[in-house]
Design a protein around this ligand. Structure first.
Ligand SMILES: [Ca+2]
Ligand SMILES: [Ca+2]
Length: 296
């Protein structure tokens, strides 16, 4: 099996499926991801967690996906046009929107504090849809199973995460270490000094061009983590279909991808899977949209 994967990988790299420049299609800010196979998940013995295994060859139809996370400026158009509830944190002190408008400094930042239902409604309003988990991962890592959007080597300067702000690679073993960094430690100090409302360390979308994915997508690691369409189930990869998987039937948790400004280095891997209750409105979570087709 591994030999077959390796052979397929060599073949795909010979025909040049990696390092494509962004293929902009008729939809501005959307990138075409050509039909075909990619490696999804993490191999046995690698850096991944059990919910990322087994690594499989998954084949997807052509689709299009936003090059950038949805910004506050774009989300403001949606709120103005539809009267949809504006983004908000459970703690009003760190809410970034007032009277239906984002903080002026944050217009080009990714929208956060949105529930899965909000993301779903925005994409529908925009004539799009949320990407599936498989689509998101292919768009992030390309066809060769890259660990990060930019390649296989970790680089804290290529994405907005806890490590970028600390200037060193940050990992959190558990909730206590997370708290020690973000609530009382170094992260708390940095967010107080440099964050929106002294808290939120999102950055304008596209700030890390060297962190682009093989298809030219930006912020697929970090900045806001991203809701996708699928329900989360830890062992889904054991039974998922190899073609256009759409996720399990589920009732509890939705998948979140890419890691955020709050996350340790390990969560910035393209295969990492995270999750949230659909009505969670977290300061680290936003989204981007996708669309079928685009074959030329
Ligand atoms: Ca992101
Ligand atoms: Ca994970």
């Amino acid at each position: 099996m591994r030999d077959a994967l390796l052979a397929a990988s060599i073949w795909l790299s010979l025909i040049g499926c990696q390092s494509l420049a962004p293929l902009l299609v008729d939809e501005p800010d959307m990138v075409l991801i050509p039909a075909g196979p990619f490696f999804m998940g993490s191999p046995e013995g690698g850096d991944g967690f059990s919910d990322e295994r087994p690594q499989r060859t998954v084949t997807l139809r052509t689709f299009r996906i936003d090059q950038h996370e949805v910004t506050n400026a774009k989300y403001e158009q949606f709120v103005a046009a539809t009267g949809h509830k504006p983004p908000g944190n459970a703690n009003p002190d760190i809410t970034l929107w007032f009277h239906g408008k984002p903080l002026p400094d944050s217009r080009q930042h990714p929208v956060v504090n949105v529930a899965w239902q909000d993301a779903f409604a925005y994409c529908q309003w925009a004539g799009k849809r949320l990407p599936t988990e498989a689509e998101w991962e292919k768009a992030a890592r390309g066809t060769d199973g890259w660990l990060y959007p930019w390649g296989n080597e970790w680089d804290l300067k290529k994405a907005n995460s806890a490590s970028y702000w600390a200037g060193r690679t940050v990992e959190f073993k558990d909730g206590a270490e997370w708290k020690a960094f973000w609530v009382t430690g170094e992260g708390a100090r940095i967010s107080e000094e440099r964050g929106l409302r002294g808290e939120v360390l999102t950055l304008p979308v596209g700030r890390f061009p060297e962190g682009a994915s093989p298809y030219g997508l930006l912020d697929m690691a970090g900045n806001a983590s991203e809701w996708v369409q699928d329900w989360f189930e830890p062992y889904y990869y054991l039974k998922a279909p190899p073609t256009d998987p759409k996720g399990p039937d589920g009732v509890l948790l939705k998948v979140v991808r890419g890691g955020s400004w709050l996350k340790p280095a390990k969560s910035l891997r393209t295969a990492d899977r995270d999750y949230g209750f659909p009505d969670d409105r977290q300061s680290g979570t936003g989204f981007r949209c996708a669309k079928d087709g685009g074959e030329r």
